[in-house]
Write a protein that binds this ligand. Structure first.
Ligand code: HEC
Ligand code: HEC
Length: 348
């Protein structure tokens, strides 16, 4: 069930604060101010890891990541020669594209917002509806998808084989194998795993620098972990449980996870929880790009929720005053670090 739904109680009990639905204890804790020890315990849940996890069957090698970067930035991966992965996953927009929903080949407007590729090395399942199980499996999807890059794999392989610089690079990285679908995917996935959010003011605060974030942001962090209950889905240092929830957005004919895993009523309108790193660079928000600002997002959780049977059990009525809404936004704004500028690859 981990892939379908996930409860918050594990996380809540780890910090010793009960956020269980409507319970008297939750009310009590929500009104009591958590002490320093409680806040220290909450902070422990968000400590940055020191290493990027790479899978055994696609180990890191600098030349592989470099080749993946070249492919990621190369518009020749699309049939028209216009769209590159970076067109929709652009470092200037927190590796999204700033559009409400993505714009593909021939300016075709697609149905969903481009998600970020930040911190996906820690991801367990991919796409808004979780239809890919690994970055390797994900990588070739957009290349061949008619609306996105529209290049059949054999056409792409022939095209890359015709570029001697690529022949050479693939031979170096994959001796005796060269240009194959698997190796294209492995290179791109390796590059993507190197895209890690930079240390943010929030991380410096977690590490002990009390001056790194404002008092508003500190109150926002406490709200996030207690009364506002955001932590039940946006958990861990990347702020996602990589699971699927219906959070009561206006219903459309996009049913999300339910299309991939039919027959589970809770998965109707359930989409994957996005991580919140660099979130202030990544507007507009949600799978449908329906929200322009972080304040709009918080106000949705306060009074915008559409009630329906599939609504996640953790989506409880939330009473936040204007200051508390501001505090949550101030907290989320501390999650953006100073990324190293991304240099453009020279294409072969
Ligand atoms: C036309 C815009 C567009 C292009 C080009 C594009 N993507 Fe995407 N990408 C999207 C959209 C939209 C989604 C979400 C689709 C969905 O969930 O159904 C997505 C999802 C993803 C995800 C999943 C992220 C997550 O957390 O679930 C990854 C990774 C990704 N793309 C990588 C790539 C790579 C690699 C390329 C190039 C081979 C690429 N994209 C090309 C728009 C694009
Ligand atoms: C029940 C799980 C759940 C809870 C509780 C929850 N979220 Fe979310 N959040 C999600 C999911 C799922 C999405 C994506 C929904 C979609 O697009 O359909 C999301 C989207 C977001 C986004 C937009 C991210 C993006 O990349 O577009 C932000 C910001 C956000 N939530 C912040 C919060 C805050 C702040 C709280 C607490 C007030 C909160 N969330 C509570 C699951 C949750």
């Amino acid at each position: 069930m981990r892939r379908f739904l996930r409860s918050s109680t594990m996380i809540a009990s780890a910090i010793g604060i009960c956020v269980a639905a409507g319970s008297a204890v939750a009310e009590q804790v929500a009104s009591a101010q958590p002490g320093d020890a409680d806040i220290a315990a909450m902070k422990k849940l968000y400590v940055r890891p020191t290493e990027i996890p790479f899978p055994k069957d696609n180990a890191y090698a600098p030349a592989k990541a470099e080749l993946g970067k070249t492919l990621f930035f190369d518009p020749r991966l699309s049939r028209s020669g216009v769209q590159a992965c970076v067109s929709c996953h652009n470092p200037s927009f927190g590796w999204e594209d700033g559009h409400k929903t993505a714009v593909g080949e021939n300016m075709l407007v697609l149905g969903r917002n481009s998600p970020t590729i930040i911190n996906r090395a820690w991801g367990e399942i991919f796409f808004w509806d979780g239809r890919a199980e690994s970055l390797e499996k994900q990588a070739t999807g957009p290349i061949t998808a008619a609306g996105e890059m529209n290049t059949p794999m054999d056409v792409l392989i022939d095209r890359l084989k015709g570029i001697s610089g690529y022949q050479k690079k693939f031979d170096e990285v994959f001796p005796g194998e060269g240009i194959t679908e698997k190796n294209i995917a492995a290179s791109i996935a390796t590059f993507e795993r190197t895209i890690v959010s930079a240390e943010a003011p929030f991380d410096r605060w977690v590490a002990g620098d009390e001056k790194a974030v404002s008092e508003d942001a500190k109150r926002g962090f406490v709200l996030f972990n207690t009364k506002a209950n955001c932590v039940s889905c946006h958990s861990g240092w990347t702020f996602t449980d990589d699971s699927f929830h219906d959070i009561g957005l206006t219903a459309t004919d996009d049913v999300g996870r339910a299309k991939i895993v039919p027959g589970v009523p809770e998965l109707q309108y359930a989409f994957k929880t996005p991580g919140l790193r660099n979130i202030d660079q990544r507007a507009p928000y949600m799978h449908d790009g329906s929200m322009a600002t972080l304040e709009d997002v918080v106000r949705h959780y306060v009074d915008g929720i559409e009630q329906r049977p599939s609504l996640d059990a953790e989506m409880k009525p939330l009473a936040l005053n204007d200051q508390e809404v501001k505090d949550l936004v101030a907290f989320m704004e501390t999650l953006t670090g100073q990324d190293r500028p991304m240099t453009l690859p020279v294409l072969p």
